[in-house]
Design a protein around this ligand. Sequence first.
Ligand code: ATP
Ligand code: MG
Length: 435
Amino acid sequence: MAKSTDKTQNATNITKHSIKILAGNMPAKKEVPVKKTAKTSKTIAKITPLNYSSVIILRIGELFLKGKNRGVFEKRLISNIKYKLRNLDCTLKLQRNRYIITDFSDDIKGEIVKKVTSTFGLCSISVATCVQSTIDDIGTMAISLIPDNGSFRITANRGDKTFKYNSMELARELGGIILSAKKSQKVDLHTPKTELFVDVREEGVTYLYKDRILAPGGMPVGSAGKGLLLLSGGIDSPVAAHSMAKRGLALDALHFHSYPYTSQEAQDKVIELKKQLENYCDYMPLLMVPFTKIQEAINRHCNESYMIIIMRRIMMIIAKRVAFKRGASCIVNGESLAQVASQTLESLAVTNEAIGDFLVMRPLVGMDKNEIVEISKKIGTFDISIKPFEDCCTVFLPKSPITKPKLSLCQTEQARIPHLDALIDEAIDGIEIVK
Ligand code: ATP
Ligand code: MG
């Protein structure tokens, strides 16, 4: 173990630098452009095992299937990882099919793991120990990673074909080394208490790790284009955001408020949701639409049972215009079939009609409320969503909203609102952006 202690000490001596991309052994055309500062080039030249003690291996998910377009997806993933790690002192290095994070101190390891395990496009990660590819170094480290008793299995992979043992031979050799150092250990290939993965890389270094931590999979945020999320303060729309971001959609969020009928706390709650969602969606600007005058006008001029459906049609009209302005190609909302009167088939149809064939994504349409609640707990939005602050939908709630609205009546009721176009223009002009 003396050797690895030396390495750790050496590792702490190296100059620290904030997140940067280093090209590993990938073909030149696949390299991500990096700013060729003197410092960066020097770091490339200096990559030796002594620079590492602990590394984090990132594995990509569905991107594997992307064939010729893979480069585009990978570029997006890399820039997303860089963005996530922007405030953490570490280096991201590219290797085929995966990335390695190096040069971080132990006290930020947990923070890095948290960030990368919420990055869409990654399927798993491992915190590994890195040693020089010599049987002595690998053996010494393997002994230190296997407990004194129990059972173990070595799963070896030789990427470096010049390494003197092949994968099977290496596993057998290490098994022998461990058995002679730990008398109470035994080999169990099928149900071992500890599985140690040993990965001999082309660059003359070997990674050893015991666990694979699951990352969320999906596609890198932004790789599927951009959508406009209708974000309320409820449980559903944050879950809808998470689902679409997972499929690679970047999002801007739009929230309608009816201040002063709705409180400042209700707006703060939506800002809190935005921040929590940014753990997954990366950067998601929030656009606050002043909706009070429109709600008052609906309340004054429309038939009570049609009020909600007219409100939802106008929300969609505004959302479509904002989507064009923001370069978003679809609207995303948290509607779920038959959840409330405005989400029956008939209601969804007349709500959609207000924006013609503009694409609307309803990722929760076939989900039960308790399934949605489960996800919202997992993604950390549930506790925020249940804070008791009303949003604009509930302020002017009619006693019995229509469940089977007629399109012709929607159009008649909507036409009763004087100067609706001007009110819509005013609402859009009044949008405030929370960055
Ligand atoms: P809940 O969890 O209480 O159902 P919700 O946000 O889903 O909350 P709904 O009345 O079901 O409330 O609204 C359906 C969808 O309409 C929401 O998921 C959201 O996408 C959108 N929406 C509702 N109110 C607003 C609002 N004030 N601002 C932006 N979008 C809204
Ligand atoms: Mg809902």
